[in-house]
Design a protein around this ligand. Structure first.
Ligand code: ATP
Length: 236
């Protein structure tokens, strides 16, 4: 049985169909035995109208349920502070996975910035990178956008006898043209998000009123903070 694992990190605020398509494209192209979906820490200075860490994890758990081999992982959230990707990859090495068994799954929009990452370029030796097209960011552009890395770029399926170490696999598969930002905006405008997120995730967002509150600390008419119901709106 394949020992290959995929690692898909993101803020997932919320997890949406584009993320699912990204994971499915990598799983199919690379015959992955497992896909770990790992929510990352986000800055505590972000707007309070975004979802809490607990809700982000819950939504990832709902999105992976019913998908054999997919796992929601709290590996990064258990840390006190944001983890760099190289540290997460090292955790998997400590668990016994070799770099050539690991595939860091990422959209082409995010991968073009890899040269600004901590531990670049050695991070590229810590795992294969499986890069998937995103609307407006085709992987076909990558050899031109990142010429210094073009010699490491290959197409699927991966020929393990030809590659001596980790490579960058370009997967040109269609993924839903959606972003978490667009979903938050639709919710703030009171518009539907049906089809853009998994049905279980949609139900969670609606049940908890996520992404609808702009100012959770707004004050009552006499200037005093609104009671609990006001604070809970959009966050409970
Ligand atoms: P935001 O709108 O809040 O910036 P996002 O929708 O871009 O969020 P992230 O959680 O930041 O989502 O993305 C995590 C990973 O998923 C990144 O590698 C990103 O490139 C990829 N990704 C996100 N949306 C898509 C999509 N629609 N198609 C393909 N890849 C995607």
């Amino acid at each position: 049985m394949s020992r290959r694992i995929g690692i898909l990190g993101g803020t997932f605020d919320p997890i949406h169909q584009g993320h699912v398509d990204l994971g499915l494209a990598a799983e199919k192209a690379l015959d992955l035995a497992r896909l770990f979906v790992i929510p990352t820490h986000v800055s505590p200075h972000r707007s309070e109208s975004f979802a809490s860490t607990f809700h982000r994890f819950a939504m990832v758990a709902l999105a992976v349920s019913g998908r054999p081999g997919w796992r929601a992982s709290d590996l990064e959230l258990r840390e006190d502070a944001p983890s760099f990707t190289f540290a997460t990859l090292r955790r998997f090495h400590e668990r016994g996975y070799t770099p050539t068994e690991m595939f860091f799954v990422i959209g082409a929009d995010a991968f073009v910035e890899v040269d600004s990452w901590k531990e670049y370029p050695s991070i590229l030796d810590a795992a294969h990178f499986a890069v998937v097209s995103r609307s407006g960011y085709s992987v076909e552009e990558l050899p031109r956008r990142l010429p210094g890395l073009s010699s490491r770029m290959v197409g699927p399926p991966l020929d393990e006898s030809a590659a001596s170490g980790p490579v960058i696999i370009l997967i040109n598969a269609p993924t839903a043209d959606v972003s978490s930002t667009a979903i938050r905006r639709l919710r703030a405008e009171g518009r539907p998000i049906t089809g853009l997120v998994d049905p279980g995730v949609q139900q969670h967002i609606e049940q908890h009123g996520l992404y609808t509150s702009k100012l959770p600390d707004r004050r009552g008419p006499d200037g005093s903070p609104e009671p609990a119901a006001g604070r809970l709106h959009g966050q409970g």
